[in-house]
Design a protein around this ligand. Structure first.
Ligand code: ADP
Ligand code: XUL
Length: 527
């Protein structure tokens, strides 16, 4: 019945600039990939990078209906390429985090009664009460953030409950702004989804609940009991509990696919729709993170995902419910000064060559003979500081370092910062810890050696550019196999293996543990 006989799982990613899909077979081998890019493929929406930046430069939205139209286009491309939809037994997906979709009164009826001879965007175009969805790049809600923190009892109290202090892009503050600025449209809203649960709802033909992992990015969910925090809901807008619906574990099986997709594309009517989640949680699944692991993405900016058992929410970073094990947590830390800052040092002291940069790094000693530098080209998120600072082994501020010292200083301070802020959120270096490195700089072994020594863990690399899609396909399989009845690690046993890049050296690690105290002091000084 299923063509090649093998079952397929689909993982979608509704991200800022595009929607993507991968199909994996039962051995988790990727057998199909397709993409629709919003700017290029749907120019009628006039987006740049998939978004509209408004005149105030703070408000950033995307047309909700563009995402709907993109979905039919993506599936049409798959169909045209001969993709066998009837072999898909389950699908799941990821969405850019924090973005929200406002469904107008009557939308559920339309979803429940989709006509397969008419495209989705034609049927749904009048059913979004706020046609432009606020997205994660929006930073126009400072007033709403201040109000929420005040009502809950301060930023740390809010972080203790919801995993994060108030952030402009977090959905509760975005909803508060909509309610205050467009009360009549808010009134006409029968349901509010995240981008993730919105996409899942299109597939299911009914509202799919928000999952606890993406729900953690709203400033309104209690990350400990996975319920809405009523006080936070009330602080944001009235009747929110009704409009948001219940929360579910990320492996929740919503039900089967809408007949629209069966009739139009040839899906099996039994194809299961598993709750969608945020792109960062989905990436954690795609990288197959386990207890004790840290994933470090060394891209334009650097991002850390931590698997946490006992979280310690702080005024920095975010703690989310874990998407593959509802009894655990994950933390997310973003550092704006990543590759571009390393590049600036490379250009100033290593002739613009990564090879020279690596030689200089290898020619200097762990601990940099007591020299420490902090390099924030642009305003850093964690910690909130900017500028370049250097201290010699006597703790005296100095204006410059020789080339080798400069190269080592930028790499060491970046990884000391990652360890410090990971520990601030509850991360403990354990004997079974692993570091999984991805992104552009993960090809640089001397850089990875510093990372390994700092965290006292072997560093593995994973060659993936679409871990959110892959993670969604894996989660589809997990959800279909019963979610909490089967360990995620068992489901992803045959996922592509990591490559061991470097192992930690105890002597260097001890040097870094001492150095961390000094680094911490300097960081506090410059904030
Ligand atoms: P993005 O965040 O855009 O996905 P990538 O993960 O592709 O970025 O990483 C791109 C960055 O990788 C570049 O800015 C570059 O500085 C860095 N990079 C590429 N090769 C090396 C290397 N050999 N050593 C260190 N950094 C590198
Ligand atoms: C996470 C965040 C971004 C978006 C990007 O807090 O805002 O990573 O999820 O898609």
């Amino acid at each position: 019945m299923f063509g090649g006989g093998d079952e397929l799982f689909l993982g979608f990613d509704f991200s800022t600039q595009q929607i993507k899909v991968v199909a994996v077979n039962s051995s988790l081998k990727v057998v199909h990939e397709s993409t629709v890019n919003f700017d290029r493929d749907l120019p009628e929406f006039r987006t740049e990078g998939g978004v509209h930046i408004h005149d105030d430069q703070l408000t950033v939205t995307s047309p909700t209906i563009m995402w709907v139209k993109a979905l039919d286009l993506l599936l049409t491309r798959m169909k045209d390429s001969g993709f066998n939809f009837s072999a898909v037994v389950a699908l799941s997906g990821a969405g850019q985090q924090h973005g929200s979709v406002f469904w107008k009164d009557g939308a559920a009826k339309v979803l429940d009664n989709l006509q397969s001879d008419t495209l989705l965007h034609v049927q749904l175009k009048n059913y979004f009460s706020i046609p432009d969805s606020p997205i994660w790049m929006d930073s126009s809600t400072t007033e709403q953030c201040e109000n929420l923190e005040k009502i809950i009892g301060g930023p740390q109290k809010l972080a203790d409950i919801t995993g994060s202090r108030a952030y402009e892009r977090f959905t509760g503050n975005q909803i508060a702004k909509i309610f205050q600025s467009r009360p009549a449209d808010y009134q006409r809203t029968e349901h509010i989804s995240l981008v993730s649960s919105f996409a899942a709802s299109l597939f299911h033909g009914a509202y799919v609940p928000i999952d606890i992992s993406d729900g953690s990015g709203m400033n309104m969910m209690d990350i400990h009991n996975h319920q809405w925090c009523q006080q936070a809901l009330d602080a944001c807008a009235p009747n929110l509990c009704d409009k948001l619906g219940p929360l579910v574990p990320s492996y929740h099986k919503a039900g089967s696919i809408s007949s629209y997709f069966v009739d139009r594309y040839g899906f099996s009517p039994e194809c299961a729709v598993i709750a969608f989640t945020g792109d960062n949680p989905a990436s954690l699944a795609g990288m197959c993170l386990q207890k004790g692991d840290v994933a470090v993405s060394l891209g334009t900016s650097d991002t850390l995902f931590l698997w946490l058992e006992t979280p310690q929410p702080a005024l920095e970073g975010h703690v989310f419910a874990n998407p593959v094990d509802a009894s655990a947590y994950m933390a997310l830390l973003c550092f704006k000064n990543g590759s571009l800052t390393r590049e600036r040092v490379r250009n100033s002291v290593a002739d613009g060559s990564w090879e020279t940069f690596s030689h200089l790094l290898e020619a200097t000693n762990p601990g940099n003979d007591g020299n420490i530098g902090i390099y924030f080209n642009v305003q850093e998120i964690t910690p909130s500081a900017v500028g370049t600072y250097r201290w010699n082994s006597d703790g005296k501020a100095v204006p410059s370092f020789p080339p080798g010292t400069e190269v080592r200083a930028v790499v060491e301070s970046q990884f000391l910062a990652k360890r410090l802020h990971a520990e601030n959120l509850g991360y403990n270096i354990g004997c079974n810890s692993r570091v999984i490195a991805t992104g552009g700089a993960s090809s640089n072994t001397p850089i990875l050696q510093v990372l390994s020594d700092t965290f006292n863990a072997p560093v593995y690399t994973l060659d993936t550019t679409n871990s959110a899609c892959l993670g969604s396909a894996y989660r589809a399989k997990h959800g279909r196999e019963g979610g909490d009845k089967v360990a995620f690690t068992k489901v992803v046993k045959c996922a592509p293996a990591y490559q061991l890049a470097v192992s930690p050296r105890l002597e260097a690690h001890n040097i870094y543990s001492k150095m961390l105290e000094r680094y911490k002091e300097y960081e506090q000084k410059i904030v």
